[in-house]
Design a protein around this ligand. Structure first.
Ligand code: ADP
Ligand code: MG
Length: 223
């Protein structure tokens, strides 16, 4: 179970406030978070990943209260347990496609880039239709191709929790559906939890649960 309790968050600058009295997300399920632009969906994923920490309240991933851990431990937990597809992909321009997908095992303290992992990376790349681009610089990819590389990277180590931020935002409808189905089948296979932000209503039917993000109380700070 993922559990948020009495959470309050705001950025140092700007008036955005996120308040979530309570939110529980079942483990091993696939959940979509839907809401308008600017409603705080990316902020929510970064709080779940421990990239951001709440001012008050808690974020627990299973038995780990990630919001209570010091930064180095949050980072380690993230490396070991979480795969994230960032809205802006966060690919490294100086690495080719395959090496971007293999990045999690380069920064992970105890996982080595074995032949088996390289094969997994190639298989994932094939599943997203980009097998021919393995050696290409990511600077020479379209936005949709970059998005699919980011998705492969998030799945590489079969993490317990996959957080995908609008992972189909740059894809045509056929590719979008294929990517969602890959996310769901990969996480189902390993019993992982999938939380996907999407505002594509045609994809929501694929998810067991949809969290409408507007439902949370948000207040713009005054002054
Ligand atoms: P969504 O993903 O739903 O579009 P975000 O979580 O990205 O929304 O952003 C929620 C709000 O927080 C927006 O008003 C946005 O402008 C603001 N915001 C996002 N990142 C920052 C930041 N680093 N500093 C200040 N405000 C931010
Ligand atoms: Mg966003």
């Amino acid at each position: 179970m993922i559990s948020l309790q009495q959470l309050q968050f705001h950025y140092p600058a700007g008036g955005f406030r996120l308040q979530i009295p309570t939110l529980q997300i079942e483990s091993g399920a696939h959940t979509a978070v839907a809401g308008p632009s600017g409603s705080g969906k990316t902020t929510l994923l970064n709080l779940l990943a421990g990239i951001l920490v709440p001012e008050t309240g808690s974020v627990a991933i299973g038995h780990t209260v990630i919001s209570a851990l010091p930064e180095a431990q949050r980072r380690l937990f993230r490396l070991q347990q979480i795969g994230q597809v960032f809205q802006d992909f966060q690919l490294l321009d100086y690495l080719n496609v395959l090496d971007n997908i293999l990045l999690p095992c380069r920064i992970h303290p105890s996982v080595q880039p074995t032949t088996a992992l390289r094969e997994r990376a190639v298989t994932l790349l094939d599943q997203v239709g980009l097998a021919a681009l393995a050696q290409r610089s990511v600077t020479r990819l379209s936005q949709g191709e970059r998005q699919r590389v980011a998705l492969c990277r998030a799945l590489l180590l079969s993490p317990r929790l996959v957080l995908a931020d609008e992972p189909t935002g740059n894809l045509d409808p056929d590719n979008a559906r294929r990517m969602i189905q890959l996310l769901i089948s990969e996480t189902d296979r390993s019993g992982a939890t999938l939380i996907t932000v999407t505002h594509d209503h045609s994809l929501l039917a694929e998810f067991r649960r949809v969290i409408p993000f507007d439902s949370f109380l948000r207040q713009e700070a005054t002054g």
